[in-house]
Design a protein around this ligand. Structure first.
Ligand SMILES: [Zn+2]
Ligand SMILES: [Zn+2]
Length: 362
């Protein structure tokens, strides 16, 4: 139950946002339903819905998140502009305010200072936090304040977002249908879906899934959620290695945001793509696996446990050394030498795995 004192400390309600978030889905659903039942929804309008779904969703993930909040890569001005325009059409505030919140989220994740802390409940992290006013002090975002394009979007946010979100889809569908058809289907209905799917990143991605890369916070990896969040479902990796432009690190991990950034880099439109070293990832995952296994067998006695831990640590360290040798050789040596070094690494890692799976005392 909320106490009187707690009510007083809460920020005042943001009624404009609250009413918009609660009514815009109804406009989208009933407006589209009207066209579906009593008029027609042209195939082109559905195509525009899909295009707008990806363009605005990724305006957030590729733009607001990985480019502006995390600086995980750099982009040429035309790409930045497109990301700011379509990001605005996702109606999630300006890139500047979004990034301020998001940088605080990473810094203070799961604490009271986290603006959308999952500790305050699923609903709060999903949408509830938006119902109250936030104070923006432009701290920790000086790099973005200095960016003329980001500032331009910030200063003209409502005209840009209303035009990009509702008017442009309507103007496009006038080529084959009516203005309202585009506004309801590719505008309001699409916005509802994009809102919910991107909100999942703050809610579902902190509740369901694996914690392979870090157990110190609630963020999780979940490929099903990645499917709905433009690749952001690999959130445990992201929280541990936030400067990496990828969230799903294996080539087949569904991460369209990563593919978009990489694809644009071939055209020279994005550059300086940051990637955490594979060695660092390997080291962290092996270390966590060890901790987890040792914790499971904690009741076998301190001495046996310590001995086992020592052996595991030694093997992990040699595996990492072998890995390093193999990686270095890849750049310079001949293929047969690389093959031998690769085998050495794989064998040492296999020994570590064997030792991990077969406790010394069993
Ligand atoms: Zn992030
Ligand atoms: Zn998070």
């Amino acid at each position: 139950m909320t106490t009187q004192a707690e009510i007083k400390t809460k920020a005042p309600m943001d009624w404009v946002t609250t009413i918009f978030l609660l009514t815009s889905p109804l406009v989208g659903i009933f407006g589209s339903l009207y066209f579906y039942l009593y008029d027609t929804i042209h195939l082109g309008t559905w195509a525009l819905f899909v295009f707008y779904f990806f363009a605005t969703g990724m305006g957030i993930t590729v733009g607001y998140h990985r480019l502006f909040s995390h600086k995980a890569y750099e982009a040429k001005a035309p790409i930045k502009l497109l990301l700011l325009l379509f990001g605005a059409a996702a109606f999630q505030s300006t890139a500047l305010e979004w990034s301020e919140d998001h940088r605080i989220h990473h810094r203070f994740v799961d604490t009271d200072k986290d603006p959308y802390s999952i500790k305050k409940g699923f609903w709060f992290a999903h949408i509830g936090w938006l119902f109250r006013k936030r104070k923006y002090v432009q701290q920790g975002v000086q790099d973005l304040v200095n960016d003329p394009l980001v500032l331009w979007q910030h200063n003209h946010f409502y005209s840009i977002s209303i035009f990009m979100c509702f008017f442009l889809p309507g103007l496009i569908t006038m080529f084959w249908g009516s203005f309202l058809e585009g506004m309801f289907v590719a505008g309001f209905l699409r916005l509802f879906v994009v809102h919910q799917f991107t909100f999942f990143i703050n809610s579902a991605c902190h509740v369901w899934g694996e914690r392979t890369f870090s157990k110190e916070q609630t963020a999780r990896d979940n490929w099903i959620i990645a499917f709905f969040t433009f690749g952001e479902g690999f959130h445990n990796f992201h929280h541990e290695f936030q400067s990496d432009y990828r969230n799903g690190i294996r080539w087949f991990d569904y991460d369209p945001s990563k593919w978009m950034i990489k694809g644009l880099s071939y055209l020279g439109l994005t550059y300086n793509l940051k990637k955490v070293s594979e060695e660092k990832i390997l080291q962290k995952t092996m270390f966590l696996k060890e901790k987890e296994t040792l914790h499971k067998y904690a009741n076998v006695g301190e001495e046996k446990l310590r001995h086992w831990e020592e052996q595991l640590t030694n093997l992990r360290e040699s595996a990492l050394q072998e890995y390093q040798k193999w990686k270095q050789a890849k750049q310079s040596s001949n293929e047969s030498e690389v093959g031998v070094l690769k085998k050495n690494f794989e064998q040492t890692k296999a020994s570590w795995e064997k030792l991990l799976g077969r406790p010394l005392f069993s």
